[in-house]
Design a protein. Structure first.
Length: 626
C-alpha cells in the first residue's frame, strides 16, 4: 500500500491491488509446479471449493459408488485412488500434466468420442479452467478409499480441539534464569527454551534496536537525528519513549492498516463485471477509515462492530465510520452473482476474524472441521435483508444541510435550461432504447423484472446495458448525455451544445459532490426466509434456518435483537457473537496476527486456519496469556 495518501477531497493515491481480484481459476492457471508444504493446504481448499462440487454434481451419478447401474467404464471418481487408477481408457488424471489427463480432455469436448458430461451438457469455461488449474497444481485431493468408510468427526469430539477451548489466563511459568525475565513474555519463551538447554538471544545494540522498532511500527527507517537522539538518551525509559513516539506517528496507522487491508481483501476494483464500471470510486474511504482506526487506537471489538454494522450503531454527528462497511462490500462482484458475493463476505468474516475456512460448507458439511452446511446458511441468514450501496454519504448533518442548500440554489437557477435539455433529449433517448431492444430480441423489461438470482449471465449483461437507458423500477428513460449527443445532428446538436455551455456557466454555484462510501444497509424489519440449499443450488431449498454462528461454538440460533426503527438488526447480533468473551477464536486470531506481523511468523503458523488441519500453536499458554 502506498503510504502517500491523497487528500480527502481529491483523488486518492492509487493503492496496491490485492490478488483477490484475480479469478481463482485464472490465478491457479499461472502456477506451473505442484503445490508443496503450506501451499498444499491452499490446494486442498481449492479442491473443496472448485473441484469437489463439480465432481459431485456432474460425475458421481455414473462414476461413483452411488451410481445406480454400477460404475460406468470402470472409472470411480469418488476417491483420489480412483482418479489415478482410472477406468477402461487409463488414468483420469496425471497430476501436474493437463494435456495427458483424460478428465481434462473429456470436459474440453475436443474429442468427439470422449465428452463428459455427455449429451451436450458441457461444463462452463470457468469450471473447466478450475479443473485445469487443479491438475496443474498436482491434483491435491484429500479423499481416500479408507475415508469413505470413516464417520465424520462429531461436534462433541471437535470440542476438544485446542482452538475451540475457552481462553483462560495461564499462570506465569517458573524459570531458572530469572535475570533474563524482563516481561512475562520472556518467562513463557524461556519455559520452552530451558528444557532444550537454550537461552534467549543476546540483547540487540541500540542502533539495531531503533531500526527494528521503526520498521516494525512505521515501515520506515529512522532518520539520522532520531538515531543520534536515541543513542544519546541514557534514561531508563528511553526505549519506552521511543515506542510511544512511533505509536503516535500517523505513519503507524498507514503501516499497520495495510495489514488489515490485506485481511479484508481490499481493492478498488470489482473484478470482471461485463461492461459495468469496474472501479469502486470511493474505496479509499475504507482505507482511510482503517488507517484512522489504528491511529486512534480504536478498541478491536468496536473496530469489528463498525465494519459489520456501522449503519446500526449510534454514530452521532460523525458519519465517517459508515465507510467501515467496505470490509463487507469491497470484494469481487463475481459477474454480479449474489450467491457468490455473499460467499465472499462470509469467507472474509470467517477466515479473517475467526481463522476458519467455511466455503466448503456451502455445498456439504466440511470434510475436516466441525462446520456444518447448516452453519453456512445460519451465517448467511445474518445478511438476508441487506443490500450494498456504493453511495452512502459520510457528511455530517451540518455539511449535508449546507450541500442541500447550495444544490437547491443551483437547481433553481438552472431549472429552465435543464428542462429544455430534457425535452430536447427525450425522443432521442426513446430511439436509442428502441435500437437497443431491436438489436437484442430478448424482452428487456422482462429481464429487468426478473429477480437477479434467476438471471442467466447473458441476462445480467443485458440488464446492465438496459439500465443505461431505462429505470428498472419506473421504466422511465434515464439521462445518458453521451449517447444523446452522439445521436443529435444539425440545429438540434447546435442547440444542445449551446444549452450545455449555459449550464456550465453556473458551475461555480453547484456544490462539489459529497464524499460517499460503499456500505451495507438493512432493507426493512421483515427479513426473507433463509433455507439450507441442497448442494448449494439456489433453486433446491431444504429446511429453513435461523441466524446463528457455528454450532460447535453456539448450538442455538442467535438471540437477534427485536426489530428497531426499520431494521432487523441482525448484523449487530453477529458482531456481538464475534466479539463475545465466550468466543475463543476472535481474540486468539487477532493476537496471533499481531505477533506474526511483528516477528514474521505467528505463534500459530496458519493465521487464517485455526481448524483441525491448521498448525497447533508453538506456545499455547503464551497465546492465551496475550
Amino acid at each position: 500500500m502506498n503510504p502517500n495518501l491523497g487528500p480527502r477531497s481529491g483523488r486518492p493515491a492509487a493503492p496496491s491491488l490485492s490478488t483477490s481480484l484475480v479469478p481463482a481459476g485464472l490465478l491457479m492457471l499461472l502456477l506451473s509446479t505442484p503445490l508443496r508444504g503450506a501451499d498444499e493446504r491452499a490446494g486442498m481448499e481449492f479442491f473443496e471449493k472448485h473441484v469437489r462440487p463439480v465432481l459431485v454434481e456432474q460425475c458421481y451419478k455414473c462414476h461413483s459408488s452411488q451410481a445406480e447401474k454400477g460404475v460406468k467404464g470402470g472409472l470411480n471418481l469418488e476417491t483420489r485412488e480412483g482418479l489415478l487408477k482410472g477406468g477402461e481408457n487409463g488414468p483420469a488424471v496425471v497430476p501436474g500434466d493437463v494435456e495427458r489427463s483424460l478428465l481434462i480432455k473429456a470436459v474440453r469436448y475436443t474429442d468427439e468420442n470422449l465428452q463428459m458430461p455427455p449429451k451436450n451438457r458441457k461444463l462452463g469455461s470457468e469450471e473447466i479452467q478450475n479443473l485445469e488449474a487443479w491438475v496443474r497444481m498436482g491434483a491435491p485431493d484429500p479423499r481416500s478409499s479408507q475415508g469413505l468408510a470413516k464417520k465424520e468427526p462429531s461436534l462433541d469430539a471437535a470440542h476438544r480441539h485446542w482452538a475451540y477451548q475457552p481462553v483462560r489466563e495461564p499462570a506465569l511459568p517458573k524459570v531458572k534464569n530469572k535475570s533474563q525475565v524482563r516481561t512475562p513474555v520472556d518467562a513463557f519463551l524461556l519455559a520452552s527454551l530451558e528444557p532444550k538447554g537454550l537461552r534467549l538471544s543476546p540483547e540487540a545494540d541500540r542502533r539495531t534496536l531503533i531500526r527494528r522498532v521503526s520498521f516494525d511500527l512505521t515501515g520506515l527507517p529512522p532518520g539520522e537525528a532520531e538515531v543520534a537522539a536515541f543513542l544519546a538518551d541514557r534514561s531508563p525509559d528511553a526505549y519506552e519513549k521511543l515506542v510511544d513516539r512511533l505509536l503516535a506517528s500517523p505513519r503507524y496507522g498507514e503501516r499497520w492498516g495495510r495489514y488489515w487491508l490485506d485481511i479484508a481483501r481490499y481493492a478498488d476494483t470489482k473484478g470482471y463485471v461485463f461492461e459495468e464500471e469496474r472501479r469502486y470510486p470511493y474505496s479509499y474511504t475504507y482505507r482511510d477509515y482503517v488507517i484512522r482506526a489504528f491511529n486512534q487506537d480504536l478498541p478491536y471489538d468496536r473496530f469489528l462492530e463498525e465494519q459489520l454494522a456501522a449503519d446500526l450503531l449510534p454514530l452521532g454527528d460523525d458519519k465517517r465510520p459508515l465507510a467501515a462497511m467496505g470490509f463487507l462490500t469491497l470484494g469481487r462482484r463475481f459477474l454480479n452473482n449474489p450467491h457468490d458475493i455473499i460467499d465472499d463476505r462470509l469467507d472474509v468474516i470467517c477466515r479473517g476474524i475467526m481463522g476458519l475456512t467455511i466455503g466448503c460448507a456451502r455445498c456439504h458439511d466440511h470434510k475436516f472441521d466441525p462446520i456444518l452446511q447448516t452453519d453456512y446458511y445460519r451465517l448467511q441468514a445474518f445478511f438476508a435483508n441487506t443490500a450494498a450501496r456504493d453511495d452512502v454519504p459520510l457528511a455530517s448533518v451540518e455539511e449535508l444541510a449546507l450541500h442541500r442548500e447550495r444544490l437547491a440554489e443551483w437547481e433553481g437557477k438552472t431549472a429552465a435550461v435543464r428542462a429544455e435539455l430534457k425535452t430536447l433529449a427525450a425522443p432521442h433517448r426513446k430511439a436509442i432504447l428502441k435500437d437497443f431492444i431491436d438489436k437484442y430480441p430478448d424482452d428487456i423489461r422482462r429481464i429487468l423484472d426478473k429477480p437477479e438470482v434467476e438471471r442467466t449471465p447473458f441476462e445480467r449483461q443485458m440488464a446492465w446495458k438496459a439500465r443505461q437507458y431505462i429505470d428498472p423500477a419506473s421504466h422511465e428513460y434515464l439521462a445518458d448525455d453521451g449517447a444523446v449527443a452522439g445521436h443529435l445532428k444539425g440545429e438540434e446538436k447546435q442547440r444542445w451544445e449551446e444549452l450545455h455551455r449555459r449550464l456550465k456557466a453556473f458551475d461555480s454555484l453547484k456544490p462539489p459532490p459529497l464524499e460517499v462510501a460503499s456500505a451495507m444497509m438493512d432493507l426493512g424489519e421483515e427479513a426473507p426466509k433463509t433455507f439450507l440449499l441442497r448442494r448449494g443450488l439456489y433453486d433446491s431449498p431444504r429446511e429453513e434456518v435461523q441466524p446463528g454462528l457455528l454450532e460447535v461454538l453456539y448450538p442455538t440460533p442467535a438471540a437477534v435483537r427485536p426489530p428497531g426503527a426499520g431494521t432487523t438488526r441482525r448484523r449487530t447480533a453477529l458482531a456481538e457473537l464475534l466479539t463475545s468473551p465466550d468466543n475463543p477464536l476472535t481474540s486468539r486470531v487477532i493476537v496471533n496476527r499481531v505477533w506474526q506481523y511483528h516477528f514474521g511468523r505467528g505463534l500459530v503458523g496458519t493465521p487464517s486456519d485455526f481448524g483441525l488441519r491448521g498448525d497447533r500453536p508453538t506456545h499455547p499458554e503464551l497465546l492465551d496469556w496475550l
